[in-house]
Design a protein around this ligand. Sequence first.
Ligand code: XUL
Ligand code: CO
Length: 437
Amino acid sequence: MYFSNIPAIRYEGPNSRNPLAFKFYDADRVIMGKPMRAHLPFAMAWWHNMCACGTDMFGGDTADKSFGAEKGTMAHARAKVDAGFEFMQKLGIPYFCFHDVDLVPPAKDIRETNRRLDEISDYMLEKMQETGIRCLWGTANMFANPQYMNGAGSSNSADVFCFAAAQVKKALDITVKLGGKGYVFWGGREGYETLLNTDVKFELENIASLLRMAVEYGRKIGFTGDFFIEPKPKEPMKHQYDFDAATAIGFLRQYGLDKDFKLNIEANHATLAGHTFQHDLRIAAINGMLGSIDANQGDPQLGWDTDEFPFNVYETTMCMYEVLKAGGVAGGFNFDAKNRRPSYTDKDMFYAYILGMDAFALGLIKAAKLIDDGRVDSFMAERYSSYSRGIGLKIRSKNVSLEELAEYAERTGKPELPGSGRQEYLESIVNCILFSE
Ligand code: XUL
Ligand code: CO
């Protein structure tokens, strides 16, 4: 036991003052016909929770995640598995997500790294069978190693491209072995710093080739899940190719990858792109591409990828509104989030997940209320009602020409004003729903 001072976390309701209890996440509570656990398939991110120790650009670790073993060894890798499964069990988290390098210390020789991955995944499988915890998605870290300084698929070096391919192949093997539902490509350093040395078209074609080969290989070894692109506009590169949902969808369609890929939308990435989280969810959803969610939040004052645990209930509510309207996400909600550097104790790891799970549970409850209330939806329907009759209906049924519309305009003389957008009225409805029982 690594967290012997922490009990299993239970639902105690909003009035509980027990910091080690859920206030809103009540796994069995039924919302819109489904229990919360089915609406919110949560996942633990191996990299933040089991690996990250609070290091930033100005200082080293504050948290101790050795779990009683020497770092950089396979004993440490196994200790992380033990601690990770204990952590997920205590919180009732049904899934985990991983990068290859989160699981084992990379060796100098790729063959030895791969052997280590085989060994650790055998051990993880045992734990998964014991606990019923499953793999949401896997990915390859193709950004930390210096060889990837110019990206992986987008690297100017064909050798580096091959090493990226080898990593993807192995990460896919492990994902399939662990029964992962998805496989993610976050384009770590797939982007550029300056056009003085970068052939954008060439690089995009190469990334597409890498993704296509990954799909071909994945399908060959029996991977039936979704591949995901996780858009992000900047950081680490100045320009990242997968800027936002719209850009990633355009790329996938251009290269014929849209049948196998969906998007994994991360809150903090959407806000870095100058959008709201809700915006990118909506763009993905209306294109049939909303696959999975990296649940976190950023900090508008800071402007980089702070990966904070979700706290902002406006954001989680509007997220869950999009998810409910889209009929759910086939993937899940991966907490791509880390404790703040000064929150360095074991308890803080639990508090963070309790915060995040509660923030999404509350968001779900409130989003369902917003839909059930109906005022926002009926306002929206009314706002477009000029298209449900007369000339509007003709436009919608694509049964009219430009000349006919021009004649209509001339006949009418002057259009009616579009009617008030009523933003403040709608916002006050959201507040009433958020802050009433
Ligand atoms: C980086 C990020 C990654 C991906 C997986 O910003 O979000 O952790 O989620 O590579
Ligand atoms: Co992420």
